[in-house]
Design a protein around this ligand. Structure first.
Ligand code: ATP
Ligand code: MG
Length: 563
């Protein structure tokens, strides 16, 4: 039995209280299929999210089989299936892979056979067996809704909550999906609730709840609906509702409520222990499921893959283009001391030449760094923001935010490592930068890419949308070069203010520190910017990386439903 008692849901808008749901009282037995209907904006989704635990009621209690959920703890993740209006599957995966992924993240199974049996059972029960190999991208609207339902069934939930899963479908598909939900509710442990503003197919439901301006104005058998509202057809209920204030409707309903409940609330032997929902898998299983799925999605996305490869190969080539003239010069560096006038002349020439070289080496390193920061932002700006709703949904299903973040860190670390190593090694092989310690330079390139990737991941986790995250990350990269001080020195005080935030500066300064000493002198002459010692650069870049990851952690923990 699911029971809502005196539920109010109020939000603050400025200084005013807005009552989105008022005095909601309702109950339904298990094995029940209920529709929540009502005009747009009446609070249907809000009520569903409240039952799902996404929204927290301001007042009142929700009981499940006599257990007060707000006092004795919510239902387990696996006990609730919540099907939102948006698609919760990745386009790159197939129908079967989507269900498999859902099982790996949400339902512990014993052995491979059990796992495959469960997949087969779900595919059959939702009528998806014939299209199990089809990619999600090409599915029709109705098939996508079916898949969303299927992905929620992996835990065998006791409460299946569906938001507008039939909206936008043609009448035939709509009827099929309602029929499917009806069949799923014919299970003594389960309640299925469907939010819809369609008043078709109501006879398939055990009860219909009509909401009007946040209040319950009817909850009873579908066939009594027309009679109660004194209309010919269910479709006429909405026009009828606007004829009286919602408070009046709610009051009338209070009077009739008990009689209506007596008609459909069949007495049941409740056994709260008989819940059969699956157990949520441990963090390590979830980690690997997320990590391998991420690789699969990358490898199946030709656009993304092409971009990653083009950047990986193209950027280092871009760096050496600037050095085509300089490569020879680097090798001809004069080291002889002057003794005659002629030699003095030669030395002056050599000095100018050396200063040029200093500028060239510094510029090349800076260019490497800026391109790596660009790669970093490309790696992670959309990583979380781009799949936020799916992640929110998976979080509700029991995916741990910290495990999700770990899977992102593992995935991105591999990209960062490949990109930075290749950039450092390729440029070094061609340009032979006069590094005293190449390892030091390589470490700083790794760290600057890592820092930017981590910070953009933080932005991605906190941003409202993927576009917002991309834009912010691009700005961040755009400021790296001008504020690094490698090209033009900033006035002293401005440098000290901006420097702590500019990863590129620390990577560059540290790399200059790893140059052969003569070059360091020339670089010092040409740039006029304070060069921090290597250890300081290492520490600051690590700090940037940790701050980025911390922000990402805060961001993934924070609930962010935006539909
Ligand atoms: N977090 C929120 N902050 C402010 N307003 C909100 C919030 N959540 C919902 N609302 C408002 O509450 C009202 C009910 O929203 P809800 O999404 O529940 O409507 P609905 O009945 O599902 O409508 P539809 O049929 O269009 O989906 C709307 O006016 C909506 O703008
Ligand atoms: Mg809604």
């Amino acid at each position: 039995m699911l029971e809502l008692q005196n539920i109010n849901f109020t939000i603050q808008k400025g200084s005013e209280d807005v009552h989105l749901l008022e005095q909601i009282n309702l109950k339904m037995p298990t094995g029940h299929f209920m529709a929540i209907v009502g005009p747009s904006g009446c609070g249907k989704s809000t009520l569903l999210k409240l039952i799902a635990g996404i929204n927290q009621e301001s007042e009142g209690d929700i009981f499940w089989n006599g257990r007060n959920l707000s006092e004795e703890g919510d239902l387990e993740h696996s006990e609730i299936g919540y099907v939102p209006q948006f698609s919760i599957a990745y386009d790159e995966l197939s129908v079967e892979e989507s269900i498999e992924s859902s099982i790996r993240l949400r339902a512990k199974t014993r052995g491979r056979n059990n796992f495959h049996d469960l997949v087969d059972r779900i595919l059959e029960s939702t009528g998806l067996d014939a299209i199990r190999d089809r990619p999600v991208r090409v599915l029709s609207g109705g098939q996508k809704r079916r898949l969303s339902l299927a992905m929620e069934l992996v835990t065998d939930p006791v409460l299946l909550l569906c938001d507008e899963v039939t909206s936008g479908l043609d009448p035939k598909s709509e009827q099929e999906i309602v029929k499917l939900m009806h069949d799923l509710s014919r299970n003594e442990h389960r309640i299925v609730v469907n939010v819809t503003h369609s008043l078709a197919n109501l006879d398939l439901y055990d009860s219909v709840l009509v909401l009007h301006e946040g209040k319950v104005v009817y909850h009873g058998q579908p066939r009594a609906l027309e009679h109660y509202f004194s209309v010919e057809e269910a479709e006429d209920v909405y026009p009828q509702l606007v004829k009286r204030p919602s408070g009046d409707w709610a009051k009338s309903w209070m009077k009739h409520r008990e009689d209506f409940y007596a008609a459909f609330a069949k007495p049941q032997a409740m056994d709260p222990e008989s819940s059969v929902s699956a157990e949520t898998p441990g963090p390590i299983s979830q980690f690997f499921a997320l990590f391998f799925r991420r690789w699969k999605i990358l490898l199946r996305d030709p656009g993304q893959l092409f971009l990653q490869l083009a950047i990986l190969i193209g950027f280092p080539v871009l760096v050496i283009l600037f050095d085509l003239d300089g490569v020879e010069q680097v090798k001809r560096l004069s080291e002889t001391l002057p003794s005659t006038l002629q030699q003095m002349e030669q030395e002056k020439e050599a000095m100018t030449h050396n200063l040029n070289l200093g500028g060239l080496v510094s510029g090349l390193v800076m260019f490497q760094i800026v391109l790596l920061t660009l790669m970093g932002s490309n790696n992670s700006a959309r990583e979380i923001a781009g799949e936020r709703l799916i992640f929110e949904k998976e979080k509700l299903g029991g995916v741990r935010p910290s495990v999700y973040l770990m899977s992102k860190i593992a995935f991105l670390s591999i990209l960062v490592f490949i990109q930075s190593f290749w950039m450092a090694a390729f440029v070094q092989a061609v340009c032979k930068l006069p590094m005293e310690t190449f390892a030091q330079h390589l470490t700083l390139l790794l760290l600057v890419n890592g820092a930017m990737t981590a910070i953009c991941l933080g932005i991605s986790a906190l941003a409202g949308t993927a576009d917002q995250a991309s834009l912010l990350s691009i700005y961040l990269v755009g400021f790296q070069l001008p504020l690094s001080g490698a090209v033009l020195a900033l006035p002293g005080w401005a440098g000290w203010i901006t420097r702590p935030f500019i990863s590129a500066y620390w990577s560059w300064a540290g790399s200059m520190d790893s140059l052969q000493r003569d070059y360091l002198r020339y670089v010092d002459e040409v740039t006029d910017t304070w060069l921090a010692p290597f250890v300081a650069c290492l520490a600051v870049l690590m700090a940037h990386m940790l701050i980025g990851l911390f922000l990402a952690y805060i961001g993934v923990k924070k609930p962010r439903w935006r539909e």
